[in-house]
Design a protein around this ligand. Structure first.
Ligand code: GLC
Ligand code: CA
Length: 490
């Protein structure tokens, strides 16, 4: 299988399926639901962190990189999940939290000891407990004579990949031998999970390794080093970066780079922006130039390096796409997503139009992201089929939007069936996986040519009549405002 054949489903383990009725999702629950993922046509899964963690940041604060958090199961459950997935020809990639650990991490606590030991250089520390100069430093927490550096939240100490521009004597060059500890530690983490059958990683904050690295050239060096080793040992492993800067991510050696929900990219401008984030989205009358230029520039980077854009419906950090678009516009959005070059990623529940719950207390350091991490809605029974527990769920059901898989399957016009059809088409038509494309725009009618096929998106107020339609969001070969179709040119 080529990487361009991959179609991913992202799962936040806490909220997919609870198999043992304790109110929290788990690995066996995911295994139970592999058939559902297969039936939709996905051939790959990205699992958000399921490592041992105090969950002060949704598991992105790892206490033990080499084990499964007990609330999700154990290593045997993990191996079982991998085996069952592989039997169904579904690949599984894990989240590699490479930039930081949790303050509960054993190696971090050893680095925090007042005496020098083999972990002293694994994390970034300054040499003065009284000075916060030179970075986001936390003082006074441990016996070590210094402060540790933070990578994201205060409880996430930064691994020591060193600095590019040295501004204080305590900052080590990223070429310093002592900074190799962190590289080797992470190589061991990768080897551990790849040897258990994982197919690769989504790399968290992939650009955050070397500090004071404005142009990221040193971080790119570190990645070239890491890939030089791990891709030799595991040539088929797939790595997708949370970077959202394709030229840098591809130079670093990633196979794919996410197009995140950032105000300055085509994804945001097409479907999500509003008056508050630099103008209306293209689907709501916004200007098309920015969308078209950014799309072309990212696709050209992908082509230049023969790598892939990872195009998302949303993820565990964003508000859900269904909060922005109605049923009809969602279909157009997905038509674009599945016909662009790259690798599509669908966030669990987006296929049925689940929405972000805004009226919810923060859990696990999710803050405003918590409402996008509510339980998967399987049917209209107790707890929407997510769990059989009589106690309260770990994260509550979104009571305001009770869409569910059972209802979606009864409605031939549902988003569920539309996405299923799009996946089928993408799996069948190899032209949709080509890196080549041509984009034209005229009076708000956008055409994207993909080999012998053409995507037409009608953002104008005129009607368009078509022939040779493969799939359409409109009716009877007519495209009205904000409707689109894929047609054959053969
Ligand atoms: C990434 C993750 C996010 C997490 C952060 C820190 O952005 O997607 O959920 O909070 O990194 O690890
Ligand atoms: Ca459970």
């Amino acid at each position: 299988m080529k990487f361009s054949d991959l179609i991913f489903y992202e799962i936040y383990p806490t909220s997919f399926k609870d198999s043992n009725n304790d109110g929290i999702g788990d690995l066996n629950g995911i295994t139970e639901k592999l058939a559902y993922i297969k039936e939709l046509g996905f051939n790959a899964i990205w699992l958000n962190p399921m490592y041992v963690s105090p969950f002060k940041d949704g598991g992105y604060d790892v206490e033990n990189f080499f084990d499964v958090d007990p609330k999700f199961g154990n290593l045997d459950d993990f191996k079982n999940l991998i085996n069952k997935a592989h039997q169904l020809n579904i690949k599984i990639i894990l989240d590699l939290v490479i930039g930081h650990a949790s303050v509960l991490n054993k190696e971090f606590l050893l680095s925090a000891e007042p005496f020098t030991n083999e972990y002293s250089d694994l994390f970034i520390w300054n040499d003065n407990p009284w000075s916060l100069d030179g970075g986001r430093l936390i003082s006074g927490m441990y016996q070590r004579h210094g402060c540790y550096m933070v990578n994201f939240f205060a409880h996430q100490p930064a691994f020591n990949y060193g600095f590019k521009d040295i501004k204080y004597p305590w900052q080590m060059s990223y070429k310093d031998e002592r900074c190799m500890k962190a590289r080797n530690y992470m190589l061991d983490v990768m080897r551990f999970w790849l040897s258990l059958g994982a197919d690769g990683f989504r790399v968290d904050m992939a650009d955050s390794l070397v500090k004071n690295d404005e142009d990221k050239s040193a971080t790119i060096d570190v990645w070239n080093y890491l890939f030089g080793i791990i891709k030799k040992e595991y040539p088929d492993s797939f790595f997708v970066s949370e970077w959202s800067c394709p030229s840098r991510a591809f130079k670093a050696g990633f196979d794919a780079d996410f197009v995140l929900d950032h105000w300055d990219n085509f994804y945001h401008r097409f479907s999500r922006s509003d008056e508050n984030t630099r103008g209306l989205s293209c689907l709501h009358g916004g200007n098309l130039d920015f969308f078209l230029n950014d799309l072309k520039s990212r696709l050209d980077d992908a082509k230049k390096y023969h790598k892939l854009l990872a195009n998302i419906s949303g993820n565990h950090d964003t508000f859900r796409i269904a909060n922005y678009l109605d049923h009809k516009d969602l279909k157009l959005f997905y038509l674009l997503l599945f016909t662009l070059p790259g690798v599509p990623f669908i966030y669990y529940g987006d296929e049925i139009g689940m929405k972000t719950e805004h009226n919810i207390y923060s859990k696990d350091g999710g803050f405003q992201r918590t409402g996008s991490r509510t339980p998967m809605q399987w049917d209209d029974s107790k707890n929407m089929g997510f769990s059989d527990t009589d106690r309260s769920l770990y994260l509550p059901i979104n009571e305001d939007n009770k869409v569910n898989v059972y209802d979606a399957k009864k409605d031939k016009n549902s988003l569920y069936y539309f996405i299923k059809e799009l996946i089928k088409i993408r799996n069948q038509i190899d032209d949709l996986k080509l890196e080549d494309y041509v984009i034209n725009e005229n009076n708000r009618i956008i055409e994207i040519i993909r080999g012998n096929y053409k995507l037409i998106m009608n953002l104008s107020n005129e009607e368009i009549h078509l022939n040779n339609v493969i799939i359409s969001t409109g009716q009877n070969d007519v495209l009205k405002h904000n409707e689109g179709a894929l047609i054959s040119l053969k």
